[in-house]
Design a protein around this ligand. Structure first.
Ligand code: NAD
Length: 248
């Protein structure tokens, strides 16, 4: 996929699925802007992919003011940002009755509110430039109420991401701003590496392909929506889940 001349922000671009997206942007000759908390991991990726191809910005996506400041700085530094991948996220795995207000607020802040804040900073300039490609990483949990990896707070936050994706797609469509979503299921990343063998077996049994995804398999679909190959697609939510969902 060709990203020549394109500057693309990847939140959570320092690990797992985000790292694979960052690699794909650079492979397509674009410039990847990693926004992450983990600057050590981001710096290693930059070193590996080339300093001219990757930039790194530290942001805690739980802090709305920080997102506003850093995303505004990125716009100042780059002039135009062509793409935004809202990929960073945290999982919540406790049963509904054990979700505390604190847990709920944290998961919703990082997984959903940060997506709203990030888009709100970039949307006016994408609209003015008549070009923007936004891709949000949700989860199969949003469609089936959790149960596979995350539980209620996670499922609700990711379902919110799907609603926001469609709303931004609807409003942005006539201004050249596309917004699509991707719903992975079990993907082999640091997020899932801590699962017990028993849970892994249960998860695998609920996936028709009976395996976890390589992060690149999720990234490939994200990269498609970031690229101009998807020029007539917006508001679409793609399941990349080994056959778990199969909805219409
Ligand atoms: N791995 C899976 O099985 C799976 C399944 C469905 C959906 N997802 C979604 O895919 C996305 C990527 O997941 P992953 O498995 O690659 O995760 P990961 O844990 O490997 O990477 C997440 C990245 O986000 C960053 N991050 C986390 N909290 C942050 C914060 N507050 N501020 C800034 N950065 C922060 C981390 O530093 C890390 O680099 C997430 O939104 C996740 O919910 C993952």
């Amino acid at each position: 996929m060709d990203f020549t001349g394109k500057k693309i922000i990847v939140t959570g671009g320092a690990s797992g699925i985000g790292k694979a997206i960052t690699e794909g942007v650079v492979r397509g000759k674009g410039h990847a802007i990693i926004v992450d908390l983990n600057m050590e991991a981001a710096a290693k990726i930059r070193e590996h992919l080339g300093e001219n191809n990757v930039s790194c910005y530290k942001v805690n996506l739980a802090d709305n003011q920080q997102i506003r400041e850093v995303f505004s700085q990125i716009l100042t530094d780059f002039g135009q940002v062509h793409g935004l991948v809202n990929n960073a996220g945290v999982v919540s795995t406790v049963p509904f009755e054990e979700v505390t207000q604190e847990e709920w607020d944290k998961v919703v802040a990082i997984n959903l509110t940060s997506v709203y804040v990030a888009i709100s900073i970039l949307y006016p300039s994408m609209k003015a430039n008549k070009y923007g490609r936004i891709v949000n990483v949700a989860s199969v949990a949003a469609k089936i109420g959790g149960g596979l990896l995350g539980t209620s707070a996670y499922a609700a936050s990711k379902a919110g991401v799907i609603g926001l994706t469609k709303a931004v797609a609807r409003e942005g469509a006539s201004f050249g701003v596309a917004c699509n979503g991707v719903c992975p299921s079990y993907t082999l990343t640091p997020m899932t590496s801590i699962m017990s063998d028993e849970k892994k077996e249960r998860v695998l049994n609920s996936i028709p392909m009976h395996r976890g995804a390589d992060p690149s398999e999720i990234a490939n679909v994200v990269l498609f929506y970031l690229s101009d190959l998807s020029s007539f697609a917006t508001g679409e939510i793609s399941d990349v889940d080994g056959g778990v969902t199969m909805d219409g």
